[in-house]
Every structure is written in structure tokens, then in C-alpha cells.
Design a protein around this ligand. Structure first.
Ligand SMILES: [Zn+2]
Length: 261
């Protein structure tokens, strides 16, 4: 049953990944995500069902639109494959546990928000704020129902603590560097992460800042940039959150078991 659920999570992840691609394209362009079928962004031909199979269609079509031959970005199959892999990983870590549901939601939102941030340098409120509310409500509910260990107030404390921390960092960063490298979008993303991760948001932030610093250095060295170019921080936050969710929480649990023994 457990192994079976991981396979189902992978297939489900492929379908959700396909939906996330549509969201990442439509949300910043203010096109409805529920109405209208998928279409080629170049020739606007509707994409047939058999050409819209996640991962597989892109390979069969060799990354080109069937109607006009325009190249289709590899980011579509990448998002589908990534979503499927992380969904399977979530089930592998959480097992068939209620907490897997909010974790799957967080993974999906982190992927779509990173995708949008990479292209548009924005983290849309319409995605991140409702997710933070749902995350907070579901994690508090799981704690109150004693499905999840620990006190219910750990989730709001982590959410607002993480948001406040990033807000202060963003303010300092802006004053020292005289450019807005981090924005309110990142602050809201931290709020969302804290709501789902609880205390694991601390290693998540730490990993995000280390990854961001390394990523920034690579950019400066590789492209000879001055370091004044603002790079989107959302994908680094997402990376930290995902690593912390799969590794951080088990590590904290093991540590607490060790010191309280
Ligand atoms: Zn086309």
C-alpha cells in the first residue's frame, strides 16, 4: 500500500505539474486558470488531449508545437517531472499520513511561485496568501486533532516569525545595497513557509540564504556581473523549504529525541 501510494503520487504529480504550467503562464497574464483549454502561445492552436500528456507529449513532439513547429520550452516537462518527483518524495517521507496533504499543496505552490518569480520577478499575492491561510488552518487543525505532534501555536509563531525575519533582512539589504533585492513577495512566501513547516522554517531559511549567496556568487563570476543585478530569491526560498521539509524536520526530531532522552 505504501509503495503503491508513492507511484500514485508520482502520476498525480505529473497531472498537477501540467496544471502548474498552465497557472505559471496564465496567472501573471491574468488569464483564467479554470476556463479555456491549453493552447500554443505562438500560433494559439488548441492543444489536443493526446498532445497534452505530461512529460511524454513533449518528448514525442521533440519539444515542438504540432501545428506550427514552434519550439516548446523545456521548462514545461521540467516542471511536470519535478512536481511528480517531489510528490513521490512527499509520500515517501510522510507516508499515508494526513500531513501529506498540506505538504503536497506546499510543494505545488512553491514550484509555481518559483516558476513565476524566475520569469516575472513577482510572487503573486493571489497564489501565496490563500495558500498561507489554508496552510495555517490545516496545520492548526491537525495539531488540535492530535494528528500532528506539538502545540497548535507553533504554526502561527513560525509563520509570523519567518515573515518578520525576512522583512527585517529585506529592509537592511535595501539600505545597505540601495536596491531592492528582496521584496514583500519574499516576506509573504516566508509567512507561507512558516505556516506549513513550523520550527523547520529555521533550517529552511538558513539553506535558502546559503543557496542564494552561492547562486549570487556564481552569477557574478560566470557573467561578470557587478552584483547589483537583483536575482529572484523565491526559488531559493522554495529550495530551502523543500530540503527542510524532507530533511530538516526529521533532523530536528532526532535532535530533540537525543537531548530530551
Ligand atoms: Zn503552435
Amino acid at each position: 500500500m505504501y509503495a503503491y501510494s508513492i507511484v500514485i503520487a508520482f502520476v498525480f504529480g505529473l497531472l498537477i505539474g501540467s496544471f502548474l504550467n498552465a497557472c505559471a503562464y496564465r496567472v501573471p497574464r491574468q488569464i483564467s486558470v479554470v476556463h479555456g483549454r491549453s493552447f500554443c502561445p505562438v500560433c494559439t492552436t488548441q492543444i489536443k488531449g493526446y498532445d497534452n500528456v505530461p512529460l511524454i507529449s513533449w518528448m514525442v513532439l521533440r519539444g515542438r508545437c504540432r501545428a506550427c513547429g514552434a519550439p516548446i520550452s523545456p521548462r514545461y516537462p521540467i516542471v511536470e517531472g519535478l512536481t511528480a518527483t517531489l510528490f513521490a518524495a512527499t509520500l515517501a517521507v510522510d507516508g499515508l499520513h494526513w500531513v501529506a496533504l498540506p505538504h503536497l499543496l506546499l510543494v505545488a505552490v512553491l514550484i509555481v511561485v518559483s516558476d513565476i518569480d524566475l520569469e516575472f520577478r513577482i510572487i503573486p499575492d493571489v497564489v501565496i496568501l490563500p495558500t498561507a491561510v489554508v496552510g495555517l488552518a490545516s496545520m492548526i487543525a491537525l495539531s488540535l486533532a492530535h494528528v500532528h505532534a506539538g502545540a497548535w501555536y507553533q504554526w502561527p509563531i513560525a509563520a509570523f516569525g519567518a515573515a518578520l525575519f525576512l522583512f527585517v533582512i529585506a529592509e537592511i539589504y535595501e539600505r545597505v545595497r540601495h536596491l531592492a533585492g528582496m521584496g514583500m513577495g519574499d516576506v509573504k512566501m516566508a509567512l507561507c513557509m512558516g505556516a506549513f513547516l513550523g520550527v523547520a522554517v529555521i533550517p529552511a531559511m538558513f539553506i535558502a540564504f546559503v543557496a542564494g549567496a552561492v547562486g549570487g556568487l556564481i552569477l557574478i563570476v560566470a557573467r561578470g556581473e557587478s552584483g547589483k543585478t537583483a536575482i529572484p530569491f523565491g526559488p531559493f526560498l522554495a529550495f530551502g523549504a523543500i530540503v527542510a521539509m524532507y530533511v530538516g524536520k526529521p533532523a530536528i526530531d532526532a535532535y530533540l529525541n537525543f537531548v530530551t532522552r
